[in-house]
Design a protein around this ligand. Sequence first.
Ligand code: UD1
Length: 418
Amino acid sequence: MDKFVIDGGRRLFGSIRAQSAKNSVLPLLAASILTEQRVTIRETPPISDVACMAQILRELGAEVRFEGGDVTIDSANACDHRISSALTKELRSSVFMLGSLLTRFGRAVCAYPGGCDIGLRPIDLHLNALKRLGVEIEEREGYILCSCKRLKGADLVLDFPSVGATENILLAAVMAEGRTVLEGAAKEPEIVDLQNFLNAMGAKIAGAGTDTVVIEGVTKLNGCDYLPIKDRIEAGTYLIGCAVCGGEVEVEGVNADSLGLLLHKLRENGCKIHVKNDKIRIASDRRLKCNRRIETRPFPGFPTDLQAQTAALNSMAEGCALIVENLFETRFKYVPELKKMGADIEVNGRSAFVRGVGRLHGAAVSCGDLRGGAALVLAALGAEGTSEVLDLAHIDRGYADMEGKLKSLGAQIRRVRV
Ligand code: UD1
């Protein structure tokens, strides 16, 4: 697996454009098989999660072509309703395929999903909602077998605003008979993007971005040509990168409201933030103060996908921070690696107590998951001396050309094939 070699301590200057959001593009790809017509998703990031989802679509019989950064899906000849267990295990998002396969074929089979190893990640909310829409579900030898005669709209309530379950419900209800009213929906911007994409195909969905989403089942969906929203987590990662390295960086393409709490926290750290339209500019003199407390929560709360990067920042600041992870049980796996660089962090269940040590030092560290890996890169960029960040496959799942973007800002980073 590849590794990064990073000489820390360089300030970052310049501007970068955020990639299309990974967490939008994956459900949009899943949605693309709802029609037999051609679907184009613009500016699709070349990340391995997208390649994996494309492979799943190909195995179902769809034609998937990447051209000039866009991807076109033609699923007129798709005929299979089973997702192979190797691909399901690699990509948790393949669970969205249940909703779209049921809509398209009335049947779906997949293994229990994989993805980042950051906790138990059950899918009970997905399965219970599908049952309420008329799906019969059998679980046998690690496989989920779903079938239905006709999907029927229903009143649904999610006990927890799960992003994936909300998306799956949209995909299963979009062509169901009658109306589905979903209460307790996740409100992430990526849900709004999925609604807009489906509506561009001819769906009748309203309310995404609020607690209640109403889906009027339609009988047919058309192809479409769609530009997804930009990746707020990627943007947030590079903003934190500038905070820890010092310098001045502008990230373009992301709506600042989707990063509201992060920007507030970065100001608490002592950074200057300036927002104009879809450009966020950060200036940092690297004399950072710790955030007193950060708790991850569903949107619009602090995103769990930026928790690790923020812990790296707080390690390089002055003071103490308490970080509480409310979404995933084992999302502190990067902590032992950060400690190799001199960080002082104590984990107790869902909480991490960070004592800021000012500067970290270079070390050889390994990525254990996508966002934890990004946190290690940020720590290495801000540290004194040279670091090696190993196991980049985790980072390549979600960040397109991370080294190219960081180099363009002045970082000393290179990828070495191992
Ligand atoms: C999505 C994002 C991921 C992000 C997460 C939370 C994608 C591809 N991934 O993941 O990057 O970190 O949202 O913002 O969009 N849960 C259950 N039962 C279920 C479903 C979820 O108990 O049926 C629990 C999970 O274990 C977890 C919490 O709900 O503790 C949040 O999960 P969810 O919002 O579903 O996250 P994902 O859709 O997996």
